[in-house]
Design a binder for this molecule. Structure first.
Ligand code: GTQ
Length: 345
């Protein structure tokens, strides 16, 4: 690949005139925007131990009342992208949100898609378009684009969850905005009840639901049981993994980000091949070492880390006797739409 002309090679008056006319010569920048074979990535491997976040989040609970926060969140920001840009990766935003007993995070809806992965505490609920979703450790709650959502807490201990949003992408496309709302009326019925069994869907008078997000709560007890059953049924299966899907369509639950749960068998080390997407790993249960490039993150329960795309990642269960369970988020639905999704052996 030949070296190309540099900006400094051009006469100053020529450069000045281009600049005045809002013009840029491509060739000095061509290799930057189209690097050979592997994209340049700002996403650095980062580990956010929960033990370091938790006391600061509780302190935020003392320092900032809900009226002054609306959403009391510490953002897990990747320094590679600049902390102020609040990105874990190009398209993923991560935040740890705290709700104290009796508090209420008012109803709003916005264009970015969000999910919540419950980290600790009981008694909180998220109401999404009238569906009141209980929040238990490991549950995944969807608040897809445009859906009203508010968080309430009737329990007696702090509740913390991990927010995963496609906010950086939606913000980048200049389509990010929110609308404030009124407290929602709670409607009867819950998606996690009517889609409780795999392989069958409600079909009242032979009509299938066409709502875009029929299931909003994915209880951890069901997801965990599915992984354990998969592992038992397929003893030779290497990657004991499930994808969170829309039960009516079988497609990813949301438009841009993909969500998965993975079980590592006792003592198992699993190499995930390099794929175009960045990834986020959140440890639900057990102890797992995450290895990428020169980084090795010893995750304990409730820890979160992220890894850049185009790099293989190895996950190793530190226990020889117990399984480990990992929640994973990535940008592969977006990459597939863009036509750039890749797996490299
Ligand atoms: O709970 O609605 O972390 O609107 C960022 C933006 C959480 C939320 C975040 C939000 C929310």
């Amino acid at each position: 690949m030949p070296a190309l002309g540099r900006l400094e090679d051009l006469p100053l008056d020529y450069r000045d005139e281009l600049q005045r006319l809002n013009l840029v010569p491509l060739w000095p920048n061509l290799r930057t925007v189209l690097p050979p074979r592997v994209p340049s990535r700002q996403t650095k491997p980062v580990h956010w131990p929960y033990a370091t976040i938790r006391p600061l989040l509780m302190r935020a609970g003392e320092l900032t009342p809900m009226e002054k926060a609306e959403r009391r969140v510490l953002v897990l920001a990747n320094p590679g992208h600049g902390l102020e840009n609040m990105k874990a990766s190009p398209a993923m935003y991560l935040g740890m949100q705290l709700l104290l007993p009796g508090e209420w995070a008012p109803s709003h809806r916005h264009t970015p898609n969000a999910v919540r992965m419950v980290v600790e505490g009981r008694g909180a609920t998220t109401t999404v378009n009238g569906e009141k979703c209980p929040m238990e450790r490991g549950d995944l709650i969807l608040t897809p684009t445009g859906q009203w959502h508010e968080h309430a807490h009737d329990g007696d201990e702090p509740v913390v969850w991990l927010d995963v949003l496609d906010l950086p992408l939606v913000y980048y496309t200049e389509t990010s905005y929110a609308i404030e709302g009124q407290r929602q009326a709670v409607l009867p019925g819950r998606g996690d009840a009517i889609y409780a069994a795999g392989g069958v869907v409600p079909t009242s008078a032979f009509v299938r639901s066409e709502v875009p997000y029929p299931m909003l709560r994915y209880p951890w007890s069901s997801t965990r049981a599915a992984l354990v059953a998969l592992a038992e049924n397929q003893p030779a299966l290497e990657a004991v993994q499930v994808t969170y899907v829309n039960p009516e369509t079988g497609r990813d639950v949301q438009n841009n980000l993909g969500f998965y749960a993975l079980m590592l068998r006792p003592g198992q080390a699993l190499r995930l091949p390099a794929r175009s997407s960045s990834q986020v790993f959140h440890l639900i249960e057990g102890g797992v070492d995450v290895q990428v490039l020169d980084s090795r993150f010893p995750l304990v329960e409730a820890d979160t880390c992220c890894t850049p795309g185009y790099e293989a990642v190895t996950l190793a269960n530190r226990s020889a006797t117990e399984p480990a369970f990992v929640f994973i988020a990535d940008e592969s639905p977006l990459h597939r739409k863009l036509g750039v999704y890749e797996v490299r052996a």
